[in-house]
Structures are given as C-alpha cells and as structure tokens.
Design a protein around this ligand. Structure first.
Ligand code: HDE
Length: 716
C-alpha cells in the first residue's frame, strides 16, 4: 500500500507541499491496486479457499441447490451486479495512459505547475468516445468523438473534456437534455443505434438554427476518423489561463495530431460496423502494444481580455470557432499515449471526467454551455459511480495528496484518523489547512471578473449569427469534401420519414449555408430549394473571413505512411521475394504489410517457400486497411481473380479511393476486377523496387481524391 496517497508518511502535514511527481506517478499510484492472480489460490471475497468451483452444493447429486452454499451465492450475487449505468452520452469509449510535456513557451501563459518545466512529464489518461451510441455500439458511426484528457498534475487533476469538433450544437446548457433526447435512439422503439439519421434529430436541429454550424461539421468526414491518432481535439469553449502575475487571457484549447488528420469514407465506415465494430479501439490498442504511440501537440489560441469584443462573433458562443487565420494556434506542449489500461472496467469505464476539475492557473469563461457543464458531470457521476466517493476509485484519484473534511457515504475507502472533521479546529492541530493563492504552489483562486448585471433569462444578441461560420466552413472545404457533405445530408434525410422535416432542412436551413448545397441535396430529394437565403439578416450574420484553409481535413494530411496498414494479397504460387520486399519496405517506413490469403492455411510460394498468412480475405477485408499491393506470381493472381472475394477486395479498395499497386502479373487481378489501370493511384511496375516510391508517395496523401467522382461507378 506504499503508494496510496492516503498513506504517505507525511500526508496531512506541511511536507505535502513538497510533493512532486514523475511522468509515471499515476502508474505507481495504480500499482497499489493492481491485482495479479498468478500463483494464488481461488478464494471467496472473504478469503475462504474454494475447493470446488464447478459444482454447487446440492441435496444429493440430483437434488436441489442449497441456500447454505455461500460460495455459489457470493459468486452469482456479485455477477448479477456487475453492470453500472452507462454514460448517458459518450457511453462507448476507449482509453489510454500517457504523459504530457510542456514546451518552454508554456509557462508565460499560465502559472499551472504542469506548464512550468519543459523537462517535467505529467501523467495523463485519455478517453476517446462516440456520443450517441450505447456502450456496445459501433466505433465508426457518423458522430462526434469525445476527446477527454485527465492530467494528473502535482496540484491536482485538470480535466480537458473536449471533442474532435470545435463547436457544439447548442448555445445554452438548458437545451442539452432536449438535444440529447432528439439524437439518442427514439424512445418508442430504441432505433437507430449510433446514428443521427432519424426523424427526431433532424426535427430538433432544423427547428434550432444555432445547431447549423455543428451539424455541418458532423456531415463532414471528420465524423468518422480513420484512427484516434488522426483526429484533432478541441476544448470548444473559451477558457482562461492565468499567469504568475495574475493576468488572465482567454484561450481556446486545441489538440493537433502529429500524425496529421484523415478520415474514413462513409461507405467504408458503414461496412466497418459489421466487419470490425471495434475498428478504432482495436487500432489504438494494437498500435500501443506495438510501441507505435499516439502523439498530439497541445495548442492554444490566446485572446487578451481587452480584445474580447474585437471579433464579428462572441467568443463566449460555443457554436463559433476563432478562425486560425485570425488568431494562430500556439503549440505549448506534447502528449504521448503509450500504455494501454490493465482493465477496461476499472479504468476506462470508471474514469470520471469533469470540466470543473481545474488547477490554479486555469479558469472558466462565462460561456453558458460551459457553465452548465460545470454542474452536470459531478451530478451524473454520483449516479453512475454510486455516490460521492468516486474520487477514491484509483483511476480518478489525483497523484498528489488530498485531505479535507468530507466524510462517509457509500463505499468510503479512506480511514480518516483524528477527531476533527471540521475547519477551523484546534483538536487536530488545525489540519488540514487552507493555502493562500500565490504565483506558485498556491491555493485555487477564481479569476475576479467584475460582474454588474441584472438577473435575466435571455440570449445575448451577440449570439445571434447562426450561419456565417457554417458558410465559412463550407467555403473552406475541398471539392471532394463538399461532395461528401452533399452525400451525407442526402443520406441522412433519406432516413427521415416525415416529409415536412426534410423540407424544412432543405428549404429553411441549408440555403442559409450555401444555395448550391441546398439545391444539390434538394434535387436528390425532389424538393426545390429557394434561390435566395431565407433567414433574417441578423441570423445570417457576417463573417469577415470568406475562407479558412485550416478547416479542411486536407490541410493537415499525414505527411508519411507511418502506422499505415497495407494488404499484400497472396495465394499459392505467389512471388515470395515480392511479398518479403514489400513487407520490409513498408516496415522501414513505419507502416505494416499484412499478408492476406484466401484462407489461413500457409501459402506455397512459386519458389516452394511456405508463407503463413496474417489474415483471410474476408477476415481482414479492404475496409480495415489503407492500401493494397498485389505481388506477381501467375498462379497466385489467377486464383485470386477466380475468387469472388479476391476481385471484390481490389474493387472495394478502388471504391474507397485507396492506392492499389500491382507488380508483374498482379495487374491482371485489377483487369479481371474491372479496376481501371491507367489512373492516378494505381501503381504498376515489374518489381516492388520499381513501384515503391510512387506507391508510398500516393499513400502519404491518404486517398486518391481525383478518383472521387469515378469511384461511385464501381459496384462494390
Ligand atoms: Fe459532455 N457530458 N455535456 N460535452 N462530455 C458527459 O458526463 C454535458 C459537451 C464530453 O470520456 C456526461 O460523465 C452537458 C461539450 C465528453 O467519460 C454528462 C453539456 C463537450 C464526455 C455531460 C455537454 C462535451 C462527456 C455523460 C452541455 C465538448 C465523455 C457522462 C452543456 C467540449 C467523457 C459523464 C468521458 C460526457 C454533460 C456538452 C464533451 C452528462 C450538460 C460541449 C468528451 O455529464
């Protein structure tokens, strides 16, 4: 029990202030609670050794089970109560441990301890999630991804509970239950799971123009990231950082993925629901196990207090971004996720994030959505985690000592010594005692913002522009991204049964973003969109920027092929040298070649060598990988071409804009599958050496965007 903060020899005394942690301190702290059964007897929870774990106690071999069987009762009783309520939103998630390390420019913005020393690593636990679906739903649904980070700092936990999209659907927290009720599976039949493509969602958002900007983001490919390592993260709200002099500045937090941004294709994402519902969580788990860690840089956009009103939007309005062209993102540190949890329930399920968990040097703004969140998280966690002691659950404990006069309630673990559970006291030496605010190691002090106002239930007029940033986002997308957005609205509305809801979206919402967008979606629904913007001028607003290149996913494409997974297709008769060279060259660039054959039986190569496949064609279909290489070997190619799944493999890869390389006879598999061979992104040659550089460059661009229009013709 040496590392339990409650049992530290000096805890509760002045030495606590000298407490310093390391980048591994959370792991050390969790070590106290880890349990390894190796070499141990099977016992009941009361410690009694169990002699028979296969048969319940009965009155005779064929007789009734006896009440007296405490071994049986304890086991069933515990099992019956294994589940806790899932999160009302963000129920499905996956998490990893890691550390954060600041750059040397961070300390000037905030006095928070974690930003002071570039050599200092602060442990973190990050949970990625989808919002709508249940805990057992699919990873690759069209949805917002949660990006919640718990920093275990020396001064307590700081939770940056963000999303992968920088804005939100509503402006005031009082609308959150309405919004969530509308997007969740419908109440009468609990359909659909993990999707926004249904009546109640589109009914609500089309009646709430403030949601337009965020809905547009969710109709973009950002709503199904290829990998958690390939998505940005955002704190969404304006927060405050307080420096050592006590000066406050507004900030927006960003996570910039070192691996660049890229997404799946909608058809691919949908197929993954069935092919690999755990696609994102599996990839993160496998990569971390392999030592291929996830990396992000923490960025801030800083707005001086005196500049609060210099924008053509309100920085307290969570439906607005601050365009990066107006306020650049300053990178202030790096986060590396490098360790998988030991136990999903104990860590990922029981972790409790809360935007109200801040440390000195970080503070809130008056964003009305953030203000509501400051109430909601603790409240919901009381229910989900069974009372007010969930901060004692190992994953939620700070790594620094924590003492106060809170006592008792369900599942209390701490054995508080002493008689005085009140402050001030003279019985227990006055401990624990307050810490005055200071520029370093001080107590938390709220930023003293001056407030002089009437109590009022109202929305500030400065929140009134609902469309101009949606137009900005639309204008900033590449042609391929725009086509995907048009497809997305068309698809989603096709699932909406009530015609008046579809009409409302097409006639009253979309034209305010862009008339062409409305016309194109309208055309595919047989609904004529208006020829001018229907919203009143104040709602339309006016963005001083026409375009923001940073808003396109393509602005931050991966720059290399690290972490990419490439299918190498093979059957009996394959060219073994080509297989090996392809695999080695991929590995040399940090990518992985996955050997895929019609079955799991070893393949007999043309040179007689036996090659063991990693997966089968239908076990690891093209949707689970980033590109395809077809090595030569006449017999191999002929048998793949003879096989429906072999043809389908390359057709589907083509459909999903993936780079396909064929070496030697490999070309004939493409021809047999009717995959055009004279095109960008189809790389042909006589050897792997011939094609590899071109292949790698093309894969580095993630998809073959020029194929976007043509790919739809492929029947896969
Ligand atoms: Fe949350 N949100 N939220 N949210 N949220 C929850 O807390 C809530 C919002 C976010 O991996 C809940 O413990 C309100 C914005 C993430 O455990 C709940 C409002 C952003 C997670 C809750 C919002 C988020 C949650 C459900 C509007 C991005 C998952 C379970 C005022 C900045 C954290 C829980 C995890 C979870 C309330 C809006 C991010 C119900 C009331 C905006 C990443 O308390």
């Amino acid at each position: 029990m040496a590392n339990n903060p409650h049992t530290k020899p000096n805890s509760g005394g002045p030495n606590d202030r000298d407490f310093r942690t390391t980048g591994d301190s959370k792991s050390e702290n969790l070590e106290t609670y880890r349990s390894d059964a190796e070499g141990h007897d099977l016992r009941t929870n009361q410690g009694s050794r169990i002699s028979d774990n296969h048969n319940s106690l009965k009155g005779g071999e064929r007789g009734p089970t006896l009440m007296e069987d405490f071994v049986f009762r304890e086991k069933l009783n515990h099992f019956d109560n294994e589940r806790i309520p899932e999160r009302i939103v963000h129920a499905r998630g996956a998490a990893a441990h890691g550390y954060f390390q600041p750059y040397d420019n961070a300390a000037q913005y905030s006095k928070a301890g974690l930003f002071q020393d570039p050599a200092k690593k602060t442990p973190v636990f990050v949970r990625f999630s989808t919002v709508q679906g249940a805990r057992g739903s699919n990873d690759t649904v069209r949805d917002v991804r949660g990006f919640a980070t718990k920093f275990y700092t020396d001064e307590g936990n700081w939770d940056l509970v963000g999303n992968n999209l920088p804005v939100f659907f509503i402006q005031d927290a009082i609308k959150f239950p309405d919004f969530v009720h509308s997007v969740k599976p419908e109440p009468h039949n609990e359909i659909p799971q993990g999707q926004s493509a249904h009546d109640t969602f589109w009914d609500f958002v089309s009646l709430m123009p403030e949601s337009t900007h965020m809905v547009l983001w969710t109709m973009s490919d950002r709503a199904f990231p290829r990998h958690f390592r390939n998505m940005e993260g955002f704190g969404v709200h304006s927060f405050r950082l307080i420096d050592k002099q006590g000066k406050a500045r507004f900030v927006k937090f960003h996570w910039k993925p070192v691996a660049g941004t890229c997404s799946l294709i909608w058809d691919e994402a949908q197929k993954l629901w069935g092919r690999d519902p755990d696609f994102n969580r599996r990839a993160m788990w496998d990569d971390i196990e392999k030592g291929d860690y996830l990396e992000y840089e923490l960025g801030i956009q800083v707005v001086e207090e005196e500049d609060e009103h210099m924008f053509d939007f309100d920085i307290l309005d969570p439906t607005k971004i601050i365009p990066e062209e107006q306020v650049p993102v300053t990178l202030i540190g790096k986060m590396v996720l490098n360790r998988n949890p030991d136990n999903f329930f104990a860590e990922t399920e029981q972790v409790a994030f809360n935007p109200a968990n801040v440390v000195p040097g970080i503070d809130f703004s008056n964003d009305p959505l953030l203000q509501g969140r400051l109430f909601s998280y603790l409240d919901t966690q009381m229910l989900r985690l069974g009372g007010p002691n969930f901060h004692e659950i190992p994953i939620n404990q700070p790594v620094c000592p924590f003492h106060n006069n809170q006592r008792d309630s369900m599942h209390r673990q701490t054995i508080n010594k002493g008689q005085a559970s009140y402050e001030p006291n003279s019985i227990d030496g006055g401990w624990p005692s307050e810490t005055p605010p200071a520029s370093e190691d001080g107590g938390f002090e709220s930023y003293q913002e001056r407030i002089d106002a009437s109590k009022i239930r109202a929305r500030s007029e400065s929140f009134g522009d609902h469309y101009s940033q949606a137009t900005l986002f639309w204008n900033s997308q590449s042609e391929a991204e725009k086509e995907h957005i048009i497809d997305a609205y068309t698809f989603e509305l096709s699932k909406v049964g009530r015609p008046w809801i579809r009409e409302r979206v097409i006639k009253e919402i979309l034209p305010n973003i862009d008339l062409e967008l409305a016309r194109r979606v309208g055309e595919r629904h047989g609904i004529e969109a208006p020829s001018s913007k229907p919203a009143p001028a104040e709602e339309l607003g006016k963005s001083s920027l026409q375009e923001s290149p940073a808003l396109s996913l393509m602005a931050r494409l991966p720059k290399n092929i690290r972490s990419r997974k490439v299918a190498i297709l093979m059957a009996d008769g394959v060219d073994a040298d080509a297989v090996e060279t392809a695999r080695n060259k991929l590995e040399a660039e940090g990518a992985e070649g996955v050997l895929i054959a019609p079955s799991m039986a070893p393949v007999k190569a043309a040179n007689g060598q036996s090659i063991t496949p990693d997966a089968m064609l239908n076990g690891q279909p093209s949707v689970t990988l980033d590109a395809v290489i077809v090595p030569g070997g006449e017999l191999s190619v002929r048998s793949l071409a003879h096989f429906g799944q072999g043809l389908y493999y390359v057709q589907e890869a083509y459909r999903h804009l993936k780079v396909i390389a064929a070496v030697g006879e490999g070309k004939s598999l493409l021809s047999a599958a009717n995959v055009p061979i004279q095109e960008d992104g189809i790389v042909l040659g006589n050897s792997i050496d011939d094609i590899f550089t071109t292949f790698s460059e093309a894969l580095g661009k993630h998809r073959v965007w020029s194929r976007n229009a043509k790919a739809a013709e492929m029947p896969a």
